[in-house]
Design a protein around this ligand. Structure first.
Ligand code: SF4
Length: 254
């Protein structure tokens, strides 16, 4: 996708690196996300609740944090234990389709973290850049992840309208795997048949080269009934567990 208009002006923040409620360190160096997922996106709900964006349209026009690298330098220079790993991102996407300024800043942040010996873990619904294979620029054992819940373009257009097609996400991930980099796939939120009918085994077969699989359900919608769908998710979890065991892949169930 080509960018159709000039990106909004950068914003300034007072801090960057933080420890999330999930127990690991994160950096979210962008406000908003052009992918515009409609599961809905929890980050969008929080941004609206806290008055950081007005609506969905504004959310899809992302602003980078202009002072992100200055903040990171300062925060990494402080005394105290360096974080063991830093995740990009929890509330935005580091390789947003149509926004090269986001990807460039993400690469600069990963490079800066690696200079301090801190590996990054990355998760995107965009295309992981091939530059990440460069072990001189990125010397740490970074983890390169894609979020992937369907191979189907009709699903993507309805639920992840601005994200990269699944085939492009997988191709970029495979390229990094073939370059010897650590890879993972994050299969969440996985739709129930009432949302989208598909075969999980087909998705798994496309990513049989990864080091790690995370699988989790679709928890946000009234179209999902925990009782009715419990048996469905139990079966899907068993499929993931068996697949990972057969392929020597680390398995994590949400
Ligand atoms: S890619 Fe992530 S941050 Fe971006 S809209 Fe989708 S769920 Fe939200």
């Amino acid at each position: 996708m080509q960018r159709s208009q000039k990106p909004p002006d950068p914003i300034e923040r007072k801090s960057l690196l933080y420890k999330s409620g999930l127990g690991f360190h994160c950096i979210n160096h962008v406000l908003g996300c052009s992918h515009g997922c409609r599961y809905p996106c929890y980050a969008l709900l929080m941004a609206k609740r806290h008055g950081r964006v007005r609506d969905y349209a504004e959310w899809r026009r992302p602003s980078i944090v202009g002072n992100a690298l200055v903040l990171l330098d300062r925060e990494l220079g402080k005394k105290g234990a360096a974080p063991p790993r830093v995740h990009l991102c929890l509330t935005t996407d580091p390789f947003m389709v149509g926004h090269p300024e986001v990807g460039d800043l993400s690469l600069a942040i990963i490079e800066r973290l690696n200079q301090s010996g801190i590996p990054a873990s990355l998760l995107t619904k965009g295309r992981l850049p091939a530059e990440l294979a460069d072990s001189r620029r990125f010397p740490c054992d970074n983890t390169h992840g894609i979020s992937l819940v369907s191979l189907d373009e009709a699903f993507r257009r309805e639920w992840e309208p601005g994200a990269a097609p699944a085939a492009e996400r997988i191709a970029a991930l495979r390229q990094l795997h073939e370059a010897g980099r650590r890879t993972q796939v994050h299969i969440e939120p996985y739709p129930t048949p009432s949302i989208f009918e598909q075969d999980l085994s087909r998705i798994l077969a496309e990513v049989d080269f990864v080091d790690h699989v995370f699988f989790g359900g679709w928890n946000y919608s009234s179209r999902v009934s925990q009782d009715r769908d419990e048996a469905f998710y139990r079966r899907q979890s068993n499929t993931v567990r068996r697949f990972c065991a057969q392929h020597g892949i680390d398995c994590e169930l949400g």
